[in-house]
Design a protein around this ligand. Structure first.
Ligand code: E4P
Length: 216
């Protein structure tokens, strides 16, 4: 399973990249706004900087919701760097645009996916990634991980090549459960990735080894 970091914060991207286990980055308009990135030039420069830090797929989201606008924006984003993946919402014109990008050799990440039906449409249009929002599904009383398993099963039966990118991850447990359910990628906040490191027995064991090392 690949690890992406789900943030536009450059310090966190650098920290995750330095761990040596990072395969890519996902951003969205809320994450970009949180970092105070404002205006077209600043947005383009921010994506360029992320591409310079991480050698992997970097999802950059379009704001347009009509076919022509999505395609125009996607072309500009794709021109920033070869690793930019155009992130397109799961709407009618979005599906149409994903097909256009696929036919023109531009990778896409279909975002805001909350059902198996939407995941089938994204795969049919040729999206490189489909992003089911696990945490937001859990928030609404459904089981996000179950959706990952359902999509993995459908894609395997049908031979779809689209990679399942588990998004809206809220914890280390989410990452483990998504790995079990067949996610190809997990895009996670830094805290959830670092949460995988933690076990009290590791800390207790290390303290004892270090204490005994002094007697050696
Ligand atoms: C990533 O591609 C998504 O935009 C992101 O994971 C959404 O996460 P949230 O539900 O925590 O906002």
């Amino acid at each position: 399973m690949k690890f992406f970091i789900d943030t536009a914060n450059l310090a966190q991207i650098r920290e995750a990249n330095d761990l040596g286990i990072l395969d890519g980055v996902t951003t969205n308009p809320s994450l970009m706004a949180k970092e105070g990135v404002k205006g077209n030039d600043a947005i383009m420069n921010h994506y360029k900087t992320i591409c310079e830090i991480v050698d992997g797929d970097i999802s950059a989201e379009v704001f347009s919701t009509d076919f022509d606008g999505i395609v125009a924006e996607g072309k500009k984003l794709h021109a920033i760097h070869k690793n930019i993946v155009v992130k397109v919402p799961m709407i009618k014109d979005g599906v149409k645009a994903i097909k256009w990008f696929t036919d023109n050799g531009i990778k896409t990440n279909c975002t805001l996916v909350f059902s198996a039906g939407q995941a089938i449409l994204a795969a049919k249009a040729g999206a490189a990634y489909v992003s089911p929002f696990i945490g937001r599904i859990d928030d609404s009383g459904w089981d996000g991980v179950e959706l990952i398993a359902q999509i993995a099963n459908i894609y395997s039966i049908q031979g779809f090549k689209t990679e399942i990118l588990a998004a809206s991850i809220r914890s280390a447990l989410h990452i483990i459960k998504c790995a079990e359910a067949g996610a190809d990628v997990c895009t996670c906040p830094l805290d959830s990735i670092l949460g995988l490191l933690k076990h009290p027995l590791t800390d207790i064991g290390l303290a004892k080894f270090l204490e005994d090392a002094k007697k050696m």
